[in-house]
Write a protein that binds this ligand. Structure first.
Ligand SMILES: [Zn+2]
Ligand SMILES: [Zn+2]
Length: 178
């Protein structure tokens, strides 16, 4: 019998399909198990593959301690990151192809692991070209995940509500770093 603590190693990132279309078709139009609606802003947890809804509908209020007056609005993404992973949470935003990190009360946009045939990102799927999993990007993501240093992150967004995060995702194609 092993007595190693369960969270001794960070969890592994799920193996993703080669074609973005396969991922998209598998999750798009699926209902969120929390609000029972089809999310407008679906995220996929890259640890356990659960569909997460980034809408206001799935936000909750979290108290900052017993008897504390101040309560924080937290997204389902943050709640799930705490439940699912001992460190940061990693998610893929299905309608933008962006990887989103949730770490404590902060969130950040990492970039894309799916690229088009020219090796370019298609943030928010504006061009609609077929996207293929980039092994190089995926290795970079795994490295960042294991080191938890997140060198590709340009900006951490503290205490982001659903609307703030949705707006950051929507505007993120203005800040592409390939
Ligand atoms: Zn999960
Ligand atoms: Zn919802």
């Amino acid at each position: 019998m092993t007595t190693e603590p369960l969270n001794w190693k960070p969890r592994r990132i799920l193996r993703l399909p080669q074609n973005y279309d396969d991922l998209f078709n598998r999750y798009f139009h699926r209902e969120c198990l929390t609000c029972c609606k089809v999310p407008s802003y679906p995220l996929i947890c890259l640890m356990c593959s659960k569909l997460i809804c980034l809408g206001d509908c799935c936000q909750t209020l979290k108290s900052l301690g017993i008897g504390a007056e101040t309560r924080l609005t937290v997204t389902e993404m943050q709640t799930h990151a705490e439940e699912c992973s001992s460190s940061s949470g990693l998610f893929l935003s299905l309608t933008s192809s962006l990887i989103i990190i949730g770490r404590g009360n902060a969130s950040a946009i990492w970039g894309c692991v799916y690229l088009d045939s020219h090796g370019e990102e298609d943030r928010n799927l504006k061009r609609g070209k077929p996207l293929i999993l980039s092994n190089r990007r995926f290795e970079l993501l795994e490295k960042d995940w294991h080191q938890q240093e997140w060198q590709r992150v340009r900006q951490w967004i503290p205490f982001a509500t659903s609307q703030i995060l949705i707006a950051s995702i929507r505007d993120s194609h203005y800040h592409v770093n390939n």
